[in-house]
Design a protein around this ligand. Sequence first.
Ligand code: NAD
Ligand code: UDP
Ligand code: UDP
Length: 343
Amino acid sequence: SSYNDKDFSFRVNGGTGRVPVGVGRKRMRIVVTGGAGFVGSHLVDKLIKRGDDVIVIDNFFTGRKENVKHHFGNPRFELIRHDVVEPILLEVDQIYHLACPASPVHYKYNPVKTIKTNVMGTLNMLGLAKRIGARFLLTSTSEVYGDPLEHPQKETYWGHVNPIGVRSCYDEGKRTAETLTMDYHRGANVEVRIARIFNTYGPRMCLDDGRVVSNFVAQAIRKQPMTVYGDGKQTRSFQFVSDLVDGLVALMEGEHIGPFNLGNPGEFTMLELAGVVKEVIDPSATIEFKANTADDPHKRKPDISKAKELLNWEPKISLQEGLPLMVNDFRNRILNEDEGKGN
Ligand code: NAD
Ligand code: UDP
Ligand code: UDP
């Protein structure tokens, strides 16, 4: 590595993107809220690897210490058990704000808490960013487009969202979080970045979060039928987690606010996804149809031209390449569960 331990200083005054990453770059102190979760822990790995100091804030609602335990004992890593709904005082250069349950099962579990996390949690992190002059990145979601009437979705599309449905705590929560982010930018000059993340999968996803990729992969490993909801003709676009993490860092380090769609434009029906799982994980896997959930978007596919052009980013890993990369992690955790050790 090109980093010299004796040559660092904490930069607490914004402007972080003006420093070229790489040789001679100052080491930064970075907060990752939700850093013990699926995406957050992969982001933490990347930031630690490139030589920065990372503080994880997590209340462990869906995150797990196991996801970051390989950094325990590293003086450049800190883990704080904290709920972002409460204020916090820290001195950092950048804030990656990921804290929020992401799967429908988890965000519907306590919808009011989901809204508080999105609104009060985001407000607190923006207040923190304002006070210390840190750059702030919000991980928003493709769900801000709702059940889209425009396909594929561009960032200019305002969405088609039900304000009173069972998904609204998440969709509308994230929409409000985006609004807060832009208002802190316009009103308080906070340097902000907004990512709209499309369905992402990979190692460390919660095993039983009810999401389609984790369900199908776990079901195939357990030799259970893959549960296809509805007619299975609804579509999603699935991005491997390392592609997303590269996009988040490119966005944070770049000069553009966004919002930017970060997703893989490869579009699959749920039946096609089941087919790929069958092909790459277990040729004997079967499927079983189940009733669909309310407000399920019919199709979703990102238009990523903006991120390609302005961030020079695009996903590299196809579904066929990415799925096998999560099998070992899932197999090990399922084995542990079966042996009664929990996950
Ligand atoms: P995750 O559930 O694995 O991670 C979320 C993390 O936030 C967990 O560690 C959880 O414990 C923590 N958290 C939740 N509420 C908190 C609170 N009030 N205070 C502190 N910590 C809290 O989910 P993920 O898939 O890693 O998602 C990370 C972010 O990306 C979320 O903001 C999510 O909305 C967004 N996102 C994810 C996807 C995806 O497909 N995974 C898609 C769109 C957007
Ligand atoms: N906040 C925080 N840490 C800080 C600064 C602010 O958690 O270092 C919280 C603060 O408690 C408030 C929110 O962020 O709830 C918004 O702060 P801001 O200063 O923008 O607004 P105000 O405090 O005036 O409502
Ligand atoms: N789905 C499915 N079987 C499952 C879980 C989900 O067919 O076991 C479908 C679900 O109805 C939806 C799609 O897969 O159409 C994606 O669902 P997920 O919860 O993964 O993500 P989101 O709806 O948030 O995009």
